[in-house]
Ligand binder design. Sequence first.
Ligand code: ZN
Length: 396
Amino acid sequence: MSLKEIFCQDRAIAVLQRALAAGKVPHAYIFAGAEGVGKFKTAREWSKLLLCKNPVVEKKEKTDSAEFADSCGLCQSCRLFEADSHPDFNTVYKELIQFTKDNKGRKTPVDLPIDVIREFLIDKVSTRPTLSDRKIFVASEAEKLNTASQNCLLKVLEEPPEYCCIILLCTRLEKLLPTTKSRCQIIRFGPIAEEKIIEKLKEMGIKQKQAQYFARLAQGSLGPPCQWAQLELAGTNLYETKRKLVSSLSTYEFADALQLAGWLLDERKKIAEAWAEVDKTTSKTDINRRAAKTLLQIIISALHDAMMTRLAETESIVNFDQEEQIEKLAGRFDAERLAEKIADAYKAIRWLESNVNEKLVFEQLLLNLTTHPSSIVYRPSLHATAGNWDRTDRHT
Ligand SMILES: [Zn+2]
């Protein structure tokens, strides 16, 4: 792969190219944008170019940048890079925690801990590059850097060695401290057009209707729909699961909620199993979370569509293939209640991210999504185990 082959991020790449052509490559970047829009791929290809011994420069006309530089793909640096063994290219991610001195065997944490930043970035920065002129660090999920990690990183961001280049990949800029942001050049990665995503999924072998649904569900990201497509091609029937789920949402009653939650959990397990086969580099905990999040995203999209139907704005609903069910769902709640339920579903995603037992999260959400006029609210205690409920009467 090369920089030229990055999908639909021409504007971000043009910003990078202009700085390179002017000889002003910064020591620290933040690549900011939604999950799956190509931040990591661009960071990889950009690093490969910065490390390349013999970059190829093309003169361009009528584009955003006058020159387009790319890695040669042939030099020793490029070959080592392609083999994932370039000594001057480092990736930093939270799963590395288990390889730090004091945390052997520790489970993947929710945040990007200071021990990882210290041992895999700060400690390595001070030694000079061995093969190329630069030494590059790409940190994934920078939005999960906690305050201690960011303060630790600040030391390098304030006085980086001249050969050093740090790229922070970030989905939520507001999570980074102003001091971190002010020391980095921010490169924004925009959403990818729906028709481009559909085209790509169809090339992979996905049918039009499924491709359009996955593209709309992903809202401008390419990474997740490509993974869903791979799951689909591996026989997981994620699309069928979504059809059943949306149908159920429009009809189920309070008494069916726990059964539906049980079914959802089984589906989550099936999806995660297949996902682990498709993506072998992500930790099991993260795969499970990602599968559960996908199911919650499906629920949120249905609720959102129902709200848009209520407001008579159905043009770009995600579940265009299940209009009838969406109308039924819209008939169950008014717009205000739907907005509350969407907020509940986002809360459920936050619970999943903080490791709350997912069975409880599903049960709680589905109990609250019915039309049952109950005065009872079920609320799982944080970090609860199965069966540990807080049952409170709303009016007491
Ligand atoms: Zn090269």
